[in-house]
Design a protein around this ligand. Structure first.
Ligand code: B16
Ligand code: MG
Length: 219
């Protein structure tokens, strides 16, 4: 198998625990609109763009919503979410992330972000990792959300590494599918660790060795 020369990290739920803030913001919106929404529903929103997430949430609404109202609701959710992000600090970086990033840098492996979020810039600033990556591809750079491979293809292009030499790290089923569709290997963590097609699986980044990630572990 080809060596891994770049690792592309999803952001929400892989680098930082903002996935919980997304849930709390959607829940507040759903409660205000009297739409049933729980943590199981929220799992379907992982890795999915803001407007597509709203469409999923509205599947349980008892009435139709106009495009104008949907835009207003998406903005309302984002305002709640941005308010929650004000509490974000480096303490919200998930287990194992700092060690893995250091180890990859030491081995000369490129590191990139591949996120559906349009808030990736401010999030990376808040957790002190704004300058930590060789490239960033996020929701402001793409037109098609995961499971489309666009965000990972763009990240690989930006670090100048072919897809077959890239490993994607993802916590969303949609993200695992996006990475595989891009022709990359995928390490599924957290909520995606049960994905049957992932190349590798781990509870989080503290639970896997660099050698296992890079395919350099001896058999
Ligand atoms: P925003 P990721 C995704 O980020 C989240 O998993 C998903 O829940 C969210 O709807 C999406 O970003 C868009 O986020 O509203 O901030 O643009 O996991 O791909 O880093
Ligand atoms: Mg994610």
């Amino acid at each position: 198998m080809a060596n891994i020369a770049a690792v592309i990290f999803d952001l929400d739920g892989v680098i930082v625990s903002t996935d919980e803030f997304h849930y709390l913001a959607w829940k507040e919106l759903a409660d205000a609109e009297d739409i049933p929404f729980d943590r199981a529903d929220n799992e379907r929103l992982r890795g999915v763009s803001r407007m597509e997430s709203l469409d999923i949430l509205l599947e349980k609404a008892g009435k139709p919503y106009s495009d104008a109202l949907k835009l207003e609701m998406a903005e309302r959710k984002n305002a709640i979410y941005r308010g929650l992000l004000e509490r974000l600090s480096p303490a919200d970086i998930l287990p194992g992330v700092a060690t893995v990033l250091d180890g990859l840098r030491q081995r000369g492996v490129k590191i990139a972000i591949g996120s559906s979020s349009k808030n990736a810039g401010p999030i990376l600033e808040a957790i002190g990792l704004a300058g930590a990556f060789d490239a960033i591809a996020d929701g402001t750079h793409i037109t098609r959300s995961k499971p489309d491979p666009e965000v990972f293809t763009l990240a690989a292009h930006r670090v100048g590494v072919l897809p077959e030499h890239c490993l994607v790290v993802e916590d969303a089923h949609a993200g695992v599918e996006a990475g595989l569709a891009a022709g990359m290997r995928v390490l599924a963590v957290g909520s995606a660790a049960d994905h049957p097609s992932a190349t590798l699986r781990a509870e989080d980044l503290s639970a896997i060795s660099l050698d296992a990630m890079l395919g350099t572990a001896s058999a």
